[in-house]
Design a protein around this ligand. Structure first.
Ligand code: GDP
Ligand code: MG
Length: 140
């Protein structure tokens, strides 16, 4: 266990914004005790999304994922705290909203809509390397 302060990139995806869950998701993040360092709402273009999701290029859900992510505004958050990368992933819950545990953002607030992509409300960086790379992409 390390206690160095970390930063992570959190995205409230277009489904979260469209469903008016921005406040609820920010409430959970703040109630947990993490610090909002920076926050912006933007419409992501394909170039940004291709870089963000480069690791998934070629997978069956890649095209639907990029189309979904460019379908509406996204809220991007620079979030700070000790072990925040792991901590936010834990708050978010499993990728698949059907099996994400109750008590998590995805488990409580998302479901399967029968679409080609899992609309699971949030993104969180999965490692220190990803966090650094993704924060540079979304916040420059
Ligand atoms: P995350 O880190 O939990 O967001 O999951 P990944 O990095 O593995 O995947 C990125 C995003 O692609 C997920 O959040 C989902 O929106 C979508 N996704 C991932 N895996 C699948 C899958 O097997 N099927 C579908 N339909 N969508 C997926
Ligand atoms: Mg991921």
């Amino acid at each position: 266990m390390t206690t160095a302060v970390e930063e992570t990139l959190v995205l409230i995806k277009p489904d979260g914004v469209a469903r008016n869950l921005t406040g609820e998701i920010l409430r959970r993040i703040e109630a947990k005790g993490y610090s909002l360092v920076d926050l912006r709402m933007l419409q992501a273009d394909r170039d940004l999304l291709a870089q963000h999701y480069a690791e998934h290029e070629g997978k069956p859900f890649y095209e639907p994922l990029v189309e979904f992510m460019e379908s509406g505004p996204i809220v991007a958050i620079r979030l700070a705290g000790n072990r925040v990368i792991e901590g936010f992933r834990s708050l978010a819950g499993a990728t698949d909203p059907t099996t994400a545990l109750p008590g998590t953002i995805r488990g409580d607030l998302a479901r399967d809509w029968g679409l080609k992509v899992q609309q699971n409300l949030v993104h969180g960086s999965d490692s220190p390397e990803s966090a650094q790379r993704e924060l540079a992409l979304w916040f420059g």
